[in-house]
Design a protein around this ligand. Structure first.
Ligand code: SAH
Length: 349
């Protein structure tokens, strides 16, 4: 077809490729091509965001979930999962600690837990925004009605993360039980954007049954939807799920996808995720060097962190904890980047 380097140049200049071109690029990647890609993705990232790395304080406030996603350790059928909920006071304490450390974005993430009614969520969002008007609040609590999303927005929530997981409906059906459907997930993303949230979508790399065509579909979806944020990380098996014996995704392919995403969406807020840090000791740093510009250390209390095990061996100490922020700063400095403490909004869109 084409020279893969030429395709990278075109993606760098025009920020879009066809599905077939993405397939070709992913299939023909080599260590040399990856380096070629990362040189460009780093450059583009530095053009818009310099050497800054934004931090988000992640608060995993409930491990209860009514859903049964086949890959996730929090799925309702997992009887071995440790379950907990943080109340509003607990959540505010996490924010207090985070604020003192310099966090100006708080991400409330959890399973889809009916205990947390819209009323409870809006009250908590309102409480955080009242106490910390200079901070952004991000929600990541799954699929809701448009009315619920509107209520969260009206209460002051700024951003919403909802990974689409895979932009291929047939693949989506293989990762989820029959009562979840791709159309609704996409409906949620468009509602969120329409309401005015800064929206994040994303997918797992190397999830069971995933093909290169699926990944190309993910890139096409990103080009079309133009999210403000994209969360991707390798799939990591969790032993108490139906996918417990499947292979995990690789750091190598995850990094390549991060590079492609940076070129397709130059302004995007792109985390170097915990999952990437979990499968490779320097995964976090390599993610930044491939074009990522966000890290999301955990602010949850220690016991909660231990129980929020969406996949095996999830990092929950060291640089993943708030106490480890200093060591995370050092890691970033060791590769020539610096953690900054502003809200870190998306520059455009
Ligand atoms: N309930 C919320 C938050 C889910 S946890 C929601 O539905 O949006 C955040 C993300 O973790 C998920 O979107 C999924 O992409 C990822 N995840 C879940 N299980 C995983 C696994 N086994 N390996 C890697 N990532 C996983």
């Amino acid at each position: 077809m084409n020279d893969p380097k030429e395709l990278i140049e075109r993606l760098n200049d025009e920020h879009s490729l066809s599905k077939e071109e993405y397939i070709f690029l992913i299939q023909n990647r080599t260590p040399e091509l990856s380096d070629y890609l990362f040189e460009r993705s780093r450059k583009l990232r530095e053009l818009y965001y310099g050497k800054n790395v934004f931090i988000r304080g992640l608060i995993e406030f409930t491990s209860y979930c009514k859903n049964d996603c086949l890959y996730c350790g929090l799925r309702r059928s997992n009887k071995n999962a440790g379950r907990y909920r943080l109340n509003e006071n607990d959540i505010l304490s996490c924010c207090d600690m985070g604020y003192k450390l310099g966090f100006r974005t708080f991400v409330l993430q959890g399973g889809e837990d009916p205990y947390f009614t819209d009323d409870k969520i809006t009250k908590t969002v309102y409480a955080i925004k009242s106490r910390y008007p200079d901070c952004a609040v991000t929600l990541s609590i799954g699929e809701k009605s448009r009315e619920s999303y509107q209520a969260f927005f009206d209460a002051g929530a700024d951003r919403y993360l909802l990974r689409h997981e895979t932009a291929s409906p047939v693949h989506y059906a293989k990762l989820h039980p029959a009562d979840m459907d791709y159309e609704n997930r996409i409906r949620c993303l468009y509602d969120l954007k329409d309401i005015g949230f800064q929206v994040g979508c994303g997918f797992m790399v190397g999830s069971p049954y995933q093909t290169v065509e699926n990944l190309a579909n993910d890139m096409m979806f990103l080009q079309k939807f133009r999210p403000h944020m994209v969360g991707i990380g390798p799939f990591i098996p969790q032993h108490d799920t139906p996918f417990g014996n499947e292979n995990g995704g690789t750091a190598e392919l995850t990094l390549f996808m991060l590079g492609l995403i940076r070129l397709a969406l130059p302004f995007v807020l792109l985390p170097s995720t915990t999952a990437l840090g979990t499968i490779h000791p320097t995964g976090r740093e390599q993610g930044i060097l491939a074009g990522a510009n966000v890290v999301m250390p955990n602010l949850s209390p220690e016991e909660a962190r231990r129980k929020y095990m969406i996949y095996d061996n999830k990092l929950n100490t060291g640089a993943e904890s708030a106490n480890g922020l200093a060591s995370l700063c050092k890691k970033m400095e060791s590769i020539g980047y610096r953690i900054v403490t502003d809200r870190g909004d998306c520059k455009k869109y």
